[in-house]
Design a protein around this ligand. Structure first.
Ligand code: PAF
Length: 284
């Protein structure tokens, strides 16, 4: 197995990527916040499929966390992450310190003004601004040809697609389907923080989406879908529904009445104080 290059600075990473470019190799990027699971490895596999070289970034981005406690509690395990990436055949990993990404005196932000401040963005003010600000920087550090993001963070994926288009980054953004545990729970770094009871209760998310998908296929309205999902989740006593949105699949626009075009259902719910999200695109 070839040696994976580990970079701690932008300069080191750029020098490494320059060698790929010199060989006319196509570069794929997978931005992560570490504590990798099978969902991340699916992004790596998708990037490997679409490019010659894969760069993974591991950076727990402080600007996308609302509360300092949430940032501190975010799980980290660099040694395990590196072993997984080496095993998967990743070419280069960038693990920059905070000062490298946000230099002293930093004052630049990137924000999609509409899409960042709706839906999950209302529950987590400033979150998507933090995401686009860091992803724009990572794009600029690595300058990949393609970049892979999970469909699970559906609004994030659409926000990043819009930012990439608006700023004319020459990068092909790929959405990769959600990887699930055998029982249907969408994989997330937060799952390890759930108690066994809350983990069991969290299955209500995928269950409610499956019921919605079935109802959609038989023909229904947006209002009936909303009622079905909300009833299913509120029937689970350990769940607190925080957000339920059914919107146009690409522009996140409001929908009502009969389901006539693909709709994205996005749910966020808390289980013992841990916020989980799940999503599905449904059509008739
Ligand atoms: O999805 C994530 O893990 C993060 O939001 C991302 C895209 C790596 C930006 O910090």
């Amino acid at each position: 197995m070839q040696n994976m290059k580990i970079c701690r600075t932008i300069a080191e990473c750029r020098a490494e990527v320059a060698t790929y470019r010199k060989a006319a190799e196509r570069v794929g990027l997978v931005p992560t916040m570490g504590f990798l699971h099978q969902g991340h490895m699916a992004l790596v596999a998708a990037a490997q499929e679409a490019s010659d070289r894969v760069v993974v970034t591991i950076f727990v981005n402080p600007t996308q966390f609302g509360e300092a406690a949430d940032l501190e509690a975010y799980p980290r395990d660099e040694a395990r992450d590196l072993a997984m990436l080496q095993e998967a055949g990743v070419d280069c990993v960038l693990i920059p310190p905070v000062k490298e990404v946000y230099p002293d005196g930093d004052e630049t932000i990137v924000e999609t003004t509409r899409m960042a401040n709706m839906l999950h963005g209302l529950v987590r003010p400033g979150h998507f601004r933090g995401v686009t600000t860091v992803v724009a920087r990572l794009f600029n550090f690595v300058q990949p040809d393609i970049a892979c993001f999970g469909e699970k963070d559906y609004q994030q994926l659409q926000v990043i697609k819009r930012m990439t288009r608006d700023l004319a980054f020459p990068i092909d953004i790929r959405g990769v389907p959600t990887v699930r545990e055998p029982d249907g729970l969408a994989m997330s770094s937060r799952n390890v923080r759930l108690t066994p009871e809350d983990r069991q209760a969290a299955l209500v998310l995928s269950r409610s989406l499956a019921a919605a998908e079935q109802a959609a296929a038989q023909g229904t309205t947006i209002e009936a879908l909303r009622q079905l999902i909300s009833d299913t989740i509120t029937a689970e006593p350990r769940a607190t529904l925080r957000g339920l949105d059914i919107v146009g699949a690409t522009d996140l626009s409001d929908l009502s009445g009969p389901l006539t075009s693909p709709a994205a259902i996005m749910i966020s719910a808390e289980f013992g104080g841990i916020l989980l999200i799940d999503q599905r695109v449904v059509t008739q």
